[in-house]
Design a protein around this ligand. Sequence first.
Ligand code: C5P
Length: 414
Amino acid sequence: MLKGKRILLIVAGGIAAFKSLELIRRLRERGASVRCVLTAAGAKFVTPMSLQALSEDRVYSDMFSLTDESEMGHIQLSRDADLLVVAPATANILARMAAGLADDLAATVLLATDKPVLMAPAMNVRMWTHPATVANVETLKQRGIHFIGPNDGAMACNEYGPGRMSEPEEIVAAIESMLAPAERPPLEKPLAGKRAVVTSGPTREAIDPVRYISNHSSGKQGHAIASALAALGADVTLVSGPVAIADPPGVATVHVDSADQMLTACLAAGRIDIAVCAAAVADWKAARPAGSKIKKRAGMAPPSLELTANPDILATLSKRGPQRPALVVGFAAETENLVANAVDKRQRKGCDWIVANDVSPAIGTFGGERNTVHLISASGVEEWPTLAKGEVAMRLAGRIALHFGRPTKAEAAE
Ligand code: C5P
């Protein structure tokens, strides 16, 4: 329910604007009040009269209208709301918002607001996949703007692909998860229908056919996350480096050795909604691994090993443009300045969340059963108590379900 919640709905110019009428109806059914801002282009698709009739409030469109400003200034308009929703969010309004323009009432309200903002993009597939739009969406996400959709499907312009605005019911679910997460009924399998890839364990980088570079990662945390996501109903592919622990039941496990193989396996999983990169990927590999065993001969000086950088799987998945999973989670193992380094890593890698892991010797995370983590997202830093790795995994999976607007019983109880 959204009883008493105040939504400021910005309707921009797109064929999907007709769905905003249905959205207003659905929001009001749930007890929310809706006030509308209509852009000039939006008014080509829906009339102020229909918005006014459905919202039972006046519709705002002109920044310079004296009555608009005297009765309700643009600052007040956003202050009076609990949430701003832009539906449809066109390529144009995304670009104007990313650039910080204030050239009409809608853009000004978006620039002036201190409230959460949810965008429901709708546009031609080529406009959605254009690097300019991809960059604008990335910028807005980094600033903490929330997105729902677009969905795949046939479009008014006779093309097929991502670009259709999410359905009103989906937008309402996203709004509920932002404004009233605890009020939604908990679900047994909240991640049913979602596809996830989890990387886990170390990688092994060949020096020659018998020798390699690797690290001490046990894979316990990554495997536990794969299990936890599967327990909540997700379809999970676990891409595991060489580990001594068993494949988790109910999860499709792909075994790899090197970082290159791990990246290939992640990309081969196809379109995914969730990526959790918990693997301790070797930073470097041998530049030229020998095809046969490097022989040790009497009196021979030790050979030198030239290294080259491995691909960064987390950064690659985070920067995949339209193919990017809706939620990308990385890990940061730090021994000092845990939070500052992790916040910086989140920016650099372009992921949504970082689970920052205290691996200082006093905590002893590597190979151990417990983990002390902070969850870092656009909305801030959360400190979690020291927990067993399985509990960290369950809590993270619960958070992921909540992110998709589907709380678990534990999340709903909080
Ligand atoms: O850069 P650093 O190794 O500290 O970053 C850690 C995070 O990045 C982890 O989520 C790890 O799984 C991921 N990573 C990766 N590919 C690399 C290096 C790190 O996916 N080559």
